[in-house]
Design a protein around this ligand. Structure first.
Ligand SMILES: *Cc1c(COP(=O)(O)O)cnc(C)c1O
Length: 386
C-alpha cells in the first residue's frame, strides 16, 4: 500500500493494516502459513523467514496490524496474554521491583507472586487512583510500573498520562495492560506508555475461539529484548491462531461500538433496579474517575460490575443461575454476553478481607456485555433479578 497507514482512521487500519494480497496467488486474505521451516537458497540467504519460532508470515502480518492500531512501531505476538506478561517481566533482573495496580487481573497476580517472586523480582501492589501515591511508593529498586485500566472487576480508571510522567522522571518502564479498553477505545502509547499488552483472547479476537496475546512498543531497544526473549523462551502462537486474530480485528470497531452502546443502556437500567446496590461503570458522571476516562478513552467500554442490596454470595448465585442469554463463564470481550462472580471465580484466590478492602463485595457480579439486541439482554436480567 502506498497510502500512509499512520494517517488512516482506526476503522480503516483495522481492515487494511499489515495485510497485503498474497504475492504468489493474489489471495486477499493472509494465508495460514502452516510450516515450521523455510527453504534457503544458500546459508542465511532467505526471504526473511528461517524457522517459525523466530518468525512466520501469518504472525508477521498480524504483528504489523497490531502495531498500526496501537499507534506503535513494533508488535510481538504470544501464545496467550499470560505469555505476553511473562515476556515483559523477563525484561527485569533479580532485585528489581515492579509497582503494580492492586486491583489486578487474577492471572497476572498469580504469575507475579507465585512465579516471579521465586526468581527474586519484587512486586508492590498499590491503589493507583492517586498519582502521588504511585510516586511515593517508588524506591531505588523500582524498575517498572504495571497498570491495568479499566481495572478488573472494580472498573477503576488509572491516569496513564500521569503514570507516564512519573515513569519518565524516575527512568522506569511503564506497562499498560489494555485488554479491557482495546485499541479502539484507548491507545496507551499515545499517553506516554513504553509497552502496551493485550490478552487478544478477549476483544481483539472477539469470538471466544482463540487464546492469544500481544505486546506493542515504540522502543527499538525494548523490542529487540522482547524478540530475543520470545525466540529464546518459545511462547509463540501458531499461524492458525494468528489468522483468527487477524480476522477478528477487522470488525473490532463495529463490535466495540455496539458493546459500548449496550453496556451504557444496561448500566442505566441496573441503576434504577431496586435489588441493585452499586453499579460500577466509568461512563457515569459520578464515577470517581469519570474525568480521566473521558480524557483517555473514546467510550466507556463493555464491562459492568454491580453489587446487590442483599450482599451475599447466595443472592448473587441465585441471579447467575437464572440468566439465560448471559452465560455464566470466565473471560470477556466476545460477541456473546457473559456473567461472572469474581469473589468465587476469577478472584477466589484473594483472601476475603483483601477483597473487601478494595470494594470487591460478596455479591459483586461482573457482566461482559455482548452485542446481542439490548432489549433482549435487559429482559434476561429483569427475569433473573425478579
Ligand atoms: C484474560 C486477561 C489476561 C490473560 O490473558 P490470557 O489470554 O487468558 O492468557 C491478562 N490481563 C487481562 C486484563 C485479562 O483479562
Amino acid at each position: 500500500m502506498t497510502m500512509d497507514v499512520k494517517k488512516l482512521s482506526i476503522d480503516t487500519k483495522l481492515i487494511h493494516a499489515g495485510v497485503e494480497p498474497d504475492l504468489t496467488t493474489g489471495a486477499i486474505m493472509t494465508p495460514i502459513y502452516q510450516t515450521t521451516t523455510f527453504v534457503q537458497l544458500a546459508p542465511h540467504q532467505h526471504k526473511g523467514y528461517e524457522y517459525s519460532r523466530t518468525q512466520n508470515p501469518t504472525r508477521y502480518a498480524l504483528e504489523k496490524a497490531l502495531a498500526a492500531i496501537e499507534n506503535g512501531k513494533h508488535a510481538t505476538c504470544y501464545a496467550s496474554g499470560m505469555a505476553a506478561c511473562d515476556a515483559i517481566i523477563k525484561l527485569l533482573r533479580p532485585g528489581d521491583q515492579v509497582v503494580s495496580t492492586n486491583d489486578l487481573y487474577g492471572g497476572s497476580y498469580r504469575l507475579f507472586t507465585k512465579i516471579f517472586k521465586n526468581y527474586g523480582i519484587d512486586f508492590n501492589f498499590i491503589g493507583m487512583n492517586d498519582a502521588q501515591q504511585i510516586e511515593a511508593s517508588i524506591t531505588p529498586k523500582t524498575k517498572m510500573i504495571w497498570v491495568e485500566t479499566p481495572t478488573n472487576p472494580m472498573l477503576n480508571i488509572i491516569d496513564i498520562e500521569a503514570c507516564a510522567a512519573i515513569a519518565k522522571k524516575h527512568n522506569l518502564i511503564l506497562v499498560v495492560d489494555n485488554t479491557f479498553g482495546s485499541p479502539y477505545l484507548q491507545n496507551p502509547l499515545d499517553w506516554g506508555a513504553d509497552i502496551v499488552m493485550h490478552s487478544a483472547t478477549k476483544y481483539l479476537g472477539g469470538h471466544s475461539d482463540v487464546v492469544h496475546g500481544c505486546v506493542i512498543t515504540n522502543s527499538d531497544t525494548l523490542q529487540e529484548q522482547l524478540k530475543f526473549i520470545q525466540n529464546s523462551c518459545g511462547a509463540v502462537p501458531g499461524p492458525q491462531d494468528c489468522f483468527l486474530i487477524l480476522r477478528g480485528l477487522k470488525t473490532l470497531h463495529v463490535r466495540m461500538r455496539q458493546h459500548c452502546l449496550n453496556a451504557k443502556a444496561i448500566a442505566h437500567w441496573l441503576k434504577q433496579n431496586d435489588k441493585v446496590d452499586k453499579v460500577l461503570w466509568c461512563g457515569f458522571e459520578e464515577h470517581p474517575n469519570h474525568a480521566i476516562a473521558k480524557k483517555q478513552m473514546r467510550d466507556f467500554g463493555g464491562i459492568i460490575s454491580f453489587s446487590l442490596k442483599e450482599d451475599t454470595v447466595e443472592a448473587a448465585n441465585n441471579i447467575l443461575s437464572k440468566t439465560e442469554l448471559f452465560a455464566l463463564a470466565e473471560s470477556l470481550g466476545g460477541v456473546e454476553s457473559l456473567c461472572g462472580h469474581p469473589a468465587s471465580m476469577t478472584h477466589a484466590s484473594i483472601p476475603r478481607e483483601e477483597r473487601l478492602a478494595v470494594g470487591l463485595s460478596d455479591s459483586l457480579i461482573r457482566l461482559s456485555v455482548g452485542i446481542e439486541n439490548v432489549d433482549d439482554l435487559i429482559a434476561d436480567l429483569e427475569q433473573a433479578l425478579s
